[in-house]
Design a protein. Sequence first.
Length: 474
Amino acid sequence: MEIMIPYLLALLLLPLSLIFILRKRDSSSKTLPPGTSGWPLLGENMEFALLGPQKFIKDRMEKYSPEVFQTSIMGEKMAFFCGAQGNKFLFSSENKLLTSWWPQSMKKALLFPEFVESSLKEVSALKRSFLHDILKPEALKQYIPLMDAMAREHLDENWDSNRVVKVFPLSKKYTFDLACRLFMSLVDPEEIKRLADPFTLVTNGMFSMPIDLPGTAYNRAIKGGKMVRDELMRIITQRRKELTENQETEGRDLLSKMLLVTNEDGQFMSEMEISNNIIGMLVASFETTSSAVTSVLKYLAELPHVYDEVYREQMAIAKSKGAEDLLTWEDIEKMKYSWNAARESLRLTPPAQGSFRETITDFTYAGFTIPKGWKTFWSVHSTHKNPKYFSDPEKFDPSRFEGSGPAPFTFVPFGGGPRMCPGKEYARLEVLVFMHNVVKRFKLEKDIPDEKIVFHASPVPVYGLPVRLLPHGN
């Protein structure tokens, strides 16, 4: 009997072996995108970090394919879609072939542990139409005077008494203070600081190497995320109590509106769900907008002819108003050259690098199969500096945006399709209001002419972009 056991095992295992062989043959029959998975476990994380996203993508487009290539980043098999056609394909395939996805490391830093394994749709529990309603131009018009007043106050307190300022950290302070005021009506500096300090730990570390050991940036991001969530839960719980006691039915800010709105199931959102949404809004309005403001001011300091044109436009608006009059929507609409200059800055130094998706079914693109479960990534860097779409791509030229502007799906700092950044208009207003107030007071000169830009979550000047302030008339 014992002699028969090996033969019996062979008979039992034969069907499994055949299944494995057939599956392997089926897998090998699929033509996957060209590329490499890099090192075992590490993938191409090191190459991506060392080269930076722009060179990483450019090199692989040249080596493998200008349409789509594969890599392995953050422990995931990933297809990078390139060019205007790649952008168009991903933007138009939302919820058909793809769904939203965040890296696990990012979710662990930002979300409650209970939500880390959930889909992004489950995390938000908020109708996307709600965000579009509160962030559309008609709704944002009322915020412009407050943005202007806060910009003036910020410059009074942090710029006027200094000969040299560091633009990036001050931009971060302004954008975070403004977000706290508009989203949650927070005005107490200490209360804002209790959110701002740990939030900076989160944004500094959530895209770092996900090693959760004491002293690492990722470990600090996870600790900072818990502190942010604890503080938000305190604020949200207090606001819900106030709304109930006062029997309020209209929200005075984003937080109150979230507490009063129902989700897709007709239920009020929980405090944790609201916290998730506010964190998402803070991430979107803080890091990327701060980077955008910084880049715009960098180019204004580097390019006197661009600065002079922006200055002329902004001073014409200022002179049409009383000294104490705040900006209005009509004023913003007159800032055409300034916005073209800002868009050219967004093209050359885009604050957001792109976005992840997850495939929900096998599909074919450009002759290659993208298997179900793979992650995808579209990136600004496959088009923004591509001479195929922008002639002399390294040149700063705001005139590119006159008339009909760039070809569709080539200029994508805010994404596109149904998941285009809902905060696009908010960012436009914030950048233009800040530009107006800075150039109205100062001419700028870079203190470190050759300061390098490094990539964290967004492009960051190594020394914070110190600039000399030259008040007009001096």
